[in-house]
Write a protein that binds this ligand. Structure first.
Ligand SMILES: [Ca+2]
Length: 144
């Protein structure tokens, strides 16, 4: 007869209290996830910053490797987050061609610094026609 008991004002109040407790638990759970997410994000950023410092020290500036690192960083900035800075990506393609920095070298540093794959990130952020344009800028010939 416990079911009937719960229909008494005291029983209903107890149920309502349980609901409030459940809501609190859900809120605390969600809040914990948010806090953990933020902590994870910042630890990743600190980790990336440390890698950038380390790699930059290794390759130096003004070297071809240094430029490859810089291009990887600029491309990451153009791709990361909402939207895409297509112009920055086209510019990076031009620079790679101009300074004869292989795409694979930039992609290698991109992966080393961010743990992501440049080619799939580009494909994710650029449309098919934008990919074609990027490719053309990367491999542009002076004559057709
Ligand atoms: Ca993006």
């Amino acid at each position: 007869m416990s079911n009937l008991m719960n229909l008494t004002p005291q029983g209903m109040a107890a149920n309502a209290a349980k609901d409030v407790l459940l809501d609190k638990r859900v809120l605390i759970g969600a809040g914990t996830l948010v806090v953990l997410g933020i902590a994870w994000y910042w630890s990743q950023r600190a980790n990336t910053d440390a890698k950038i410092t380390e790699v930059s020290k290794q390759v130096g500036t003004g070297t071809r490797e240094g430029m490859a690192v810089e291009l990887a960083m600029r491309m990451y900035a153009a791709i990361d987050g909402w939207g895409t800075d297509e112009e920055a990506l086209y510019e990076a393609a031009k620079q790679m061609r101009l300074y004869q920095i292989p795409f694979s070298e930039v992609a290698g540093y991109y992966n080393k610094l961010y743990g992501d794959h440049l080619i799939s990130d580009l494909q994710g952020d650029l449309s098919a026609s934008q990919m074609v344009k990027f490719n053309q800028l990367l491999n542009q010939r002076t004559t057709l």
